[in-house]
Write a protein that binds this ligand. Structure first.
Ligand code: XMP
Length: 319
């Protein structure tokens, strides 16, 4: 791609000019954005970069292993795998307000990055895969007054006390452009096509209080749902799909017994940039089959809903 080839050269020059001979740590989430940012920065400054993959205990099934393996095998970029599940889940105990959740998670990310910045011998910069829509959505919402809809953990707002400056080489790009840049940088197609996954992870797909039990149920249900979508060849038609576990238990019947388990909702949307979205028109057969599989295969769920809200007025995530 001609345009992305030029963008790549230009971005590399800018990163070198900004960073000089100082060290950079890059927060890796396993998504396309932070991966592209990391690879671009690695091209620019090589071993001055260390990636930090924070496992906050809010990842999907097998996600940590997949990301760490992919990064260590395909790219020779130093990677710290920080297991901080106890830290994050401990802080989130009893918290159900969405903004409090987001802000606690954001604060802890900064603490963890700061710790590792010190450990790699005094990094001066923190790199993130912030995109243009992240920048505008955290400031205002199209058409409305200038209010914060959601505090994205990975945008601005770094406390003054943090000594790290930001490197954000994708700040002017939309998602489709980041994917084109990823291809230009040789990222595997399977990785480029991955649905976006938010920094706060499963926390914002678990409205109400987060517990380890709910997270485990959510992971299992999400894996079945995504498997269904892949098996039906629909994954690439969908911008993003996931399960959310609802903060309510309902009564059901299984065999000759009564059940009292969680309800979950399925989300799938089409979108160009995440700013607006339409719910995906699955067939009734697909929905019925998926609900049956989830209820049969996932202990703890006995009711499945399909979320037919578009954005606006809904948002893509639950919180
Ligand atoms: P919403 O829910 O605001 O989401 O319609 C729009 C897109 O942004 C993702 N998202 C996030 N990504 N940090 C991220 O890196 C965040 O805090 C965050 N919140 C939402 C969401 O998954 C969707 O693709």
């Amino acid at each position: 791609d001609w345009t992305m080839g030029a963008y790549r050269e230009d971005a590399i020059e800018k990163i070198r000019a900004q960073v000089g001979d100082q060290k950079v740590i890059c927060g890796l989430s396993g998504g396309v954005d932070s991966s592209v940012a990391a690879i671009l920065i690695h091209e620019a400054i090589g071993d001055q970069l260390t990636c930090v993959f924070v496992d906050h205990g809010l990842l999907r099934l097998d996600e940590a292993e997949e990301v760490v393996t992919m990064f260590r095998d395909t790219y020779n970029i130093p990677l710290i795998h920080a297991d901080e599940a106890d830290l994050f889940l401990g802080a989130l105990e009893g918290v159900s307000d969405p903004e409090v959740k987001r802000k606690s998670i954001g604060r802890l990310f900064i603490d963890v990055f700061q710790k590792h910045a010190n450990e790699v011998g005094g990094a001066a910069f923190l790199a993130q895969g912030t995109l243009y829509p992240d920048v505008i959505e955290s400031v205002s919402f199209s058409g409305g007054p200038s209010v914060t809809i959601k505090s994205h953990h990975n945008v601005g707002g770094l406390p003054e006390k943090m000594g790290l400056k930001l490197v954000e080489p994708l700040r002017e790009l939309f998602k489709d452009e980041v994917r084109a840049l990823g291809r230009e940088l040789g990222l595997p197609e399977k990785f480029i096509g991955r649905h976006p996954f938010p920094g706060p992870g499963l926390a914002i797909r678990c409205p109400g209080e987060i517990t380890r039990e709910k997270l485990e149920i959510l992971r299992a249900a999400d894996a079945v749902y995504i498997d269904q979508i892949r098996q039906h060849g629909l994954y690439d038609e969908i911008w993003q799909a996931f399960v959310a576990i609802l903060p309510v238990k309902t009564v059901g019947v299984m065999g000759d017994g009564r059940t009292y388990d969680y309800a979950c909702s399925l989300r799938a949307v089409t979108s160009v940039d995440g700013m607006t979205a339409d719910y995906y028109p699955f067939t009734h057969d697909f929905l019925g089959e998926t609900a049956t599989r989830i209820i049969n295969e996932v202990k703890g769920i006995n009711r499945v809903m399909y979320d037919v809200t578009s954005k606006p007025p809904g948002t893509i995530e639950m919180e």
